[in-house]
Write a protein that binds this ligand. Sequence first.
Ligand code: SF4
Length: 221
Amino acid sequence: MSKEPFPIDEAFRRLRFATQGLAKAAMFDLRDRGFDTPYEQLVGSLISARTRDETTLAVCLRLFAVARTPAEMVNLDERRMTELIREASFADVKARDLLELSRRIVEEHQGVVPNTLEGLTAFRGVGPKIAALTLAVGFGLPAIAVDVHVHRIVNRWGYVASRSPEKTAELLAETLPRRYWIEINERLVPFGRFVCTGTRPKCSSCTLNSMCAQIGVISPR
Ligand code: SF4
């Protein structure tokens, strides 16, 4: 059980402080470097699936130096695309998916990325998390992108109780104030990489310790 009622505003205040100076989550890093269009965020989010943030960033910077719009991207052939994103996991599959969604955006959407969950997940390779990141970071729309870090941490807090990221997303949509829907991913990805890590989280020095139920934490540092 939580040591005190979970004060979400105070948690975010502390998270902003705790994540200062830590490496940013890849999509927010790209946004802050000027790669902030819905299309760039969609491409970056797809590349980021099962790929480390530092690899995602390097791959996206190389790809965007060659093509930054769907019209530019469809001029790449599959071999060239695969070569450009080769360090990403499943590069060959992602290259095919990126080329297909770029072609469909040009041919079926007049070059404009759809701004709905349904429209985005209609593209092959785009699941709810990629769609949520695109909506949140690319469009600035309230959407909760739940990755492994967000899922793990809000369950440790005791803020939700869920066994899957999909269920966590549902529960957060019911509980989390909308003003934090975009920010939660921005804060919890670096916090999860460097503080509330998957194994041996740094609880003794964690700024959220007094409010965290530490559900399921076995051997904290
Ligand atoms: S106290 Fe431990 S489990 Fe809770 S947020 Fe901090 S690092 Fe994570």
